[in-house]
Write a protein that binds this ligand. Structure first.
Ligand SMILES: [Zn+2]
Ligand SMILES: [Zn+2]
Length: 235
């Protein structure tokens, strides 16, 4: 990767084998590939209980046990990241019959106290996340795939739009072009993320002039539209 080293690179959309049923790489393995690629940090966003989450299939487990499993990919990545100097932040990707949202800024402690987040409406999700100081981003809003029942847009219940999803580029680049247009037309902040499920797959980064020290720094940068850019190999 030949990115300008004065910038700080972050992955914002990543699935681990521990948390996501479709995730192939354990959290602790990812950190090495991102460190080597020059990133400053990653945000783990495993599929939530209303998506393709490993914990979703734990029918007889308690909420606490499910939350433990759900957070384990992030926790493994964080521990490994601390050893090598790669920041690891927490988020998740919720799913509503294929309409998906990246949720940032909440914690395991918050989740333990708020099981009602599972099964709530898109509007209620937005309210709960906002009450706790978090942020909701519409993930790949125009992706077309068998698991997505229909394209549903909810501009009033999101803080921003993932306009460049690296995995979409391999499906059909027009999905990202439509997302960009949608964000522009609704004057919503824009993000990019790899939606990576396996280390070694193509990635893209959000690039900042100053380092992010917490997930709150990321939320502020997006919501307050601080200066940042997108980078992907070959761009
Ligand atoms: Zn997945
Ligand atoms: Zn995803």
């Amino acid at each position: 990767m030949s990115k300008d080293m004065r910038e700080f690179l972050y992955e914002t959309h990543l699935h681990t084998a521990e948390g996501s049923a479709c995730g192939k790489t354990p959290g602790a393995e990812y950190v090495h590939t991102y460190k080597e690629a020059g990133y400053d940090g990653i945000i783990v966003t495993d599929h939530f209980f209303n998506g393709n989450s490993v914990a979703r299939f734990m029918e007889f487990a308690t909420w606490e046990e499910k939350v433990d499993v759900f957070c384990s990919g992030y926790e493994q990545a964080k521990e490994a990241g601390e050893k090598i100097g790669l920041k690891v932040f927490f988020g998740w990707e919720s799913g509503y019959a294929g309409t998906e949202f990246l949720v940032y800024g909440l914690t395991k402690e918050w989740l333990l106290k708020h099981p009602e987040i599972v099964g709530c409406s898109i509007r209620k999700q937005y309210e709960l996340v906002h009450e706790a100081g978090g942020m909701v981003i519409h993930a790949h809003p125009f992706r077309e795939a068998p698991y997505i029942a229909e394209i549903r847009l909810e501009p009033e219940y999101v803080d921003g739009v993932e306009v460049y999803n690296r995995a979409n580029e391999s499906r059909n680049p027009v999905f990202n072009k439509r997302a960009y247009r949608y964000a522009k037309d609704n004057d919503l902040p824009m993000t990019c993320g790899s939606d990576i499920h396996q280390a070694g797959s193509p990635v893209c980064a959000m690039c900042f002039e100053k380092p992010l020290h917490s997930i709150e720094d990321y939320i502020n940068a997006v919501c307050k539209r601080k200066k940042y850019s997108f980078y992907t190999e070959g761009s």
